[in-house]
Write a protein that binds this ligand. Structure first.
Ligand code: SF4
Length: 332
């Protein structure tokens, strides 16, 4: 949950999740819709699907016990080199390195590395620094009384150093415990490191959605497998050119829908990776026939009353549209 997401955002999701699915077994046996609904609003939905598959695999291959060796952890769906390293070092105190954005920033500045850390050779060099650090911590002589989880602390301190002290802008070098060794600080290069290359330009995209009611029910569809936000529900929509207008012709050509009385409802702006998306939602009247002979309810979507729509997992933008159809129930 914490990948690409801040702690304060995650906490309510975590609490909800852990009370609904408190064990590996309960997650493995949960319906996919339940898992997606609990994740609804957190974004990057492949993480929820991977967790679900990982729980099933842990149940089938590891007797329901989370594996402890690096290769088995790495083999779980959705777990890459960084996550496996973080789990094995932080949970099990093993000398496995980690390299995330925070650690990359600390290491490139500490060693004065001017090459782009995304380049393969530089990236491998950074991994080997991270490995050397954690293996050194692991190899330090210990006394019997000393139970400090050294690998765990080393990796967490690297991440925290990047998050709290060695920040992207205005790093707090005077408070930094490794200041004496830092090349970037000594050479006044903190502003230029890490060298992440030119920023990817943001691209504007526009979508038009139709909120279609028929006898108190609304038409929605489920996104197919293999696309962004797969299996989540949404109101029928299509990408539109900047000059396009949300007319009946647009609905017929792009969505095979026969509509009338189209009126604006809400405009939602949000970002996904480099895309700046504008979603314009319009209410429309169903004219009682499909626009093409091949159109069927099955291919175009399903009709639900508003109460049942609230039980489905929607993308964040489409959930905002749903909120316009009926105010959320008051809770005390
Ligand atoms: S001295 Fe400054 S630039 Fe160097 S690691 Fe510490 S905070 Fe980062």
């Amino acid at each position: 949950m914490l990948q690409q997401t801040q702690v304060k955002t995650v906490v309510p999701y975590w609490n909800r999740w852990i009370s609904a699915l408190p064990s590996v077994e309960s997650l493995a046996e949960a319906a996919p819709e339940t898992v997606l609904k609990l994740w609804e609003g957190l974004g990057y939905y492949s993480r929820a699907r991977n967790l679900h598959r990982a729980a099933q695999l842990i149940l089938a291959q590891h007797h329901g016990q989370f594996p402890r060796d690096f290769d088995s952890v790495l083999a779980l769906p959705g777990v890459g080199r960084y996550t496996a390293g973080a789990i094995c070092s932080i949970a099990y105190d093993q000398p496995t390195p980690i390299l995330d954005g925070n650690v990359i920033r600390v290491l490139t500045r500490l060693f004065g590395i001017g090459a782009n850390p995304k380049e393969k050779l530089t990236n491998e060099r950074l991994w080997s620094f991270a490995r050397e650090f954690v293996e050194t911590a692991h190899a330090l002589p210990t006394s019997r009384a000393d139970n400090t989880p050294r690998c765990s602390h080393l990796n967490q301190s690297l991440m925290e150093l990047g998050a709290l002290i060695c920040t992207p802008q205005n790093p707090r070098c005077m408070e930094c415990p490794v200041r004496r060794h830092c090349v970037a600080h000594r050479e006044d290069r903190t502003a230029e490191l890490p060298n992440l290359g030119p920023r990817t330009k943001a691209t504007a995209r526009r979508f038009i959605a139709f909120i279609i009611e028929r006898n108190g029910r609304f038409l929605v569809r489920q996104r197919p497998a293999g696309v962004v936000n797969a299996h989540l529900w949404e109101f029928p929509n299509a990408e539109a050119k900047q000059a396009a207008t949300p007319t009946a012709q647009f609905a017929r050509e792009k969505l095979s829908l026969a509509l009338a009385d189209i009126t604006p409802l809400i405009t939602i702006r949000h970002s996904i990776t480099r895309y700046r998306i504008t979603l314009e939602a319009h209410r429309a009247r169903w004219t009682g026939r499909w626009a093409t002979k091949s159109s069927t309810a099955k291919t175009i979507g399903r009709w639900f009353i508003v109460e049942d729509l609230h039980k489905l997992a929607f993308t964040s933008a489409h959930r905002k549209i749903l909120g316009k159809l009926q105010p959320p129930a008051l809770t005390c």
